[in-house]
Ligand binder design. Sequence first.
Ligand code: SAM
Length: 276
Amino acid sequence: MTLLGPAEIRDLAELLGIQPTKKLGQNFVIDANTVRRIVRVAGVTADTVVVEVGPGLGSLTLGLLETGAEVVAVEIDKRLAAQLPTTVQQLQPDARLTVITQDAMVIDSLPRDPTVLVANLPYNVSVPVLLHFLETFPALQSALVMVQAEVGQRLAAPPGSKVYGAPSAKAAWYGEWKTSGTVSRQVFWPVPNVDSILVGFERRELPGTEIERLATFTLIDAAFQQRRKMLRQALSVVLGDSATASARIEAAGLAPTSRGEELTVRDFLAIARTDG
Ligand code: SAM
């Protein structure tokens, strides 16, 4: 056996004296079928260099390593990070794993350039972690992550949809997102009180420069902070006043009376580019 089952997960947690904490989103996968499904959908092979955020007790890590892939795992919890090499060594002695004990929200370098991100993300920080990784590690070409269902739907939402919001528009800066099936609460220990979903990402060419991205994200934040307001009002907060906002929105070929929820990330970029 090269993966962890429910009994092994609980034994390991007991051995380490781990009481899973909500603060760190510690819901561990205890189902080998779910692990293999994630690895298959992610398209990981022996040639892939994977970065995994939050390996925890190693459920998903072992599934990734089983393919022969090289895995760089970033874990904030020191006890979990310290145990992981031992767990892996016992079950898959030839596995290629590097564990880094760090906060994934701020990490800015990795020992290898990973091409794929695979993770069962801690729910409370899943969007900021994803945006941080896509921005910081441009070699990342694709991702397959498990997140809270609402968050996954939001990441993949097109403009005009009810759940389209700032995370949807910002995530679209980097590429295309697609949901790829729900996951039962029963595959986790402890059982979470939210549903989960798999979301896939494929990188596309960036639509603009880093300076343009910052300006675009500022507009997106302003538009969705007052989502019910017309764009000219919502953007006046960052563009000076309503008349200036109207002029710039029109110069971008858009209607000042439209709402942020109707705009693509490229529309926001077009407004940002009317500066000066
Ligand atoms: N991958 C494991 C699995 O599927 O069983 C654990 C997933 S659990 C949902 C999330 C993991 O992320 C936990 O191990 C937690 O300690 C870790 N974590 C939480 N916040 C983190 C952060 N900011 N940086 C790195 N790891 C984090």
